[in-house]
Design a protein. Structure first.
Length: 195
């Protein structure tokens, strides 16, 4: 059984979600983090080989999460079925994700914002929805990078060039920037993603 002690900005898992852990040998958060990291590396390799064009598709969004976490969690790629300390009410997730994807398509068509701001707003809104039980930040960062690379013909973000999964200064600045974006101030997040 994993001792649940999430770092700042992480979502605690409920017992039903923890029961969805596939490997039975995982006992610590560090072991879980390493396994998830390895699964994400495999998913990034899959993306490089596949080179998806339509990254603003709801099925692709869920499939990417499943690829990133499917060797770790049985529920990977499925929207969460409980409310959390972060995110919207779980039953609103499908509608909110669909609306977000439609909004981003509109921003692209109308060139509503500069490319970096479109990707930052997409990332922030996806994190705010918090569609999955775990891995939302990591998933939303990959989705934003795919949007930049595949639809906006821009380089991927650097995301502060640090480890956002661990407690530390880079994560603190990232969480602070997300909180500012909650108040519709995207300046800190725009600066952070290219730092």
């Amino acid at each position: 059984m994993i001792e649940e002690n999430p770092t700042t900005g992480q979502t605690a898992l409920d017992p039903n979600e923890i029961d969805g852990l596939i490997p039975s040998h995982i006992m610590t958060r560090a072991e879980l983090d390493r396994l998830e990291h390895d699964n994400i590396v495999d998913a990034l390799d899959w993306l490089d080989r596949r080179k998806p064009k339509d990254v603003l598709d709801e099925l692709f969004l869920r499939r990417l999460h499943q690829r990133m976490f499917g060797e770790v969690w049985r529920w990977a790629g499925s929207y969460r079925q409980s409310d959390k300390n972060l995110g919207i009410t779980f039953h609103q997730i499908p509608v909110q994700v669909s609306q977000l994807l439609d909004n981003v398509k509109y921003w692209l068509e109308q060139q509503t914002y500069p490319p970096d701001e479109i990707a930052v707003r997409f990332h922030h809104h996806l994190v705010s929805i918090h569609p999955f039980s775990n891995g939302n930040g990591r998933h939303a960062r990959v989705m934003a990078d795919l949007l930049l690379e595949r639809r906006l013909d821009q380089p991927m973000f650097t995301w502060g060039r640090g480890d956002l999964a661990s407690i530390g200064e880079v994560r603190r600045v990232y969480i602070e920037a997300l909180k500012a974006a909650d108040g519709l101030d995207y300046a800190k997040l725009l600066e952070f993603v290219r730092s």
